[in-house]
Design a protein around this ligand. Structure first.
Ligand SMILES: NC(=O)CC[C@H](N)C(=O)O
Length: 197
């Protein structure tokens, strides 16, 4: 692959523009993806936060559920943030009825785990594989990872809970790094996409 991979941002809901900006800063060619045809030609995909129940519904409506499941199973590198982490989980502990995921990481996640009382906060998180000190994570009604399978790497914990994981080419964080102007998590993902090519 060339040194500038093309990375899609799933544009059904969420911080699409901020992810496009962060990916461009991490030296990727980034573009929104809404329709199954737009999956062609991408080297990786970011799934933004938002509301996982809505993303699940919209993905089904746009005909993206099966193509994306197949692409991930086939090795497409994906980075999911917050609701995006939920979308790449093989299992949700507390799904809404009918809520589905794309899967990709052998883990069980708990939605809204950090609690409604404290719905949104920022915290510094040490992420394995990221140099130069901890990253500032923005947690917005964030999930945590309840348990992981043997092939899943835990990259970060916060408050005793797993908040960043990777399995093969799929990376996921409970927090939003696209809101801070620090692009190191996106760089970690883009480096992984280059290595996969
Ligand atoms: N900021 C977010 O992405 C919130 C995730 C949301 N609580 C969900 O269950 O999908």
């Amino acid at each position: 692959m060339t040194s500038t991979p093309t990375i899609g941002v799933l544009a059904l809901q969420g911080d699409v523009r901020e992810h496009l900006t962060a990916l461009a800063a991490a030296d990727a060619a980034a573009r929104p993806v809404r329709r199954p045809e737009e999956l062609a030609g991408i080297d990786g995909l970011v799934i933004p936060g938002g509301e996982s129940t809505t993303i699940s519904k919209l993905a089904a409506l746009f005909g993206l559920m099966e193509p994306l499941r197949a692409a991930i199973a086939d090795g497409l590198p994906v980075y999911g943030t917050c609701a995006g982490l939920i979308m790449v989980a093989d299992k949700i502990l507390d799904p809404r009825s009918g809520q589905e995921t794309f899967g990709g990481i052998d883990m069980i996640v708990r939605r809204n785990a950090f609690g409604r009382q404290n719905e949104s906060f920022e915290a510094v998180v040490d992420v394995t594989g990221i140099d130069g000190g901890p990253v500032e994570g923005v947690f917005i009604r964030a999930p945590w990872v309840e348990s992981v399978g043997a092939d899943v790497e835990v990259l970060a914990e916060y408050g005793g809970h797993v908040v960043a994981v990777r399995q093969h080419r799929v990376l996921a964080t409970s927090f939003h790094p696209e809101l801070t102007g620090d692009h190191r998590v996106h760089e970690l993902f883009v480096d992984g996409v280059r290595a996969a090519g």
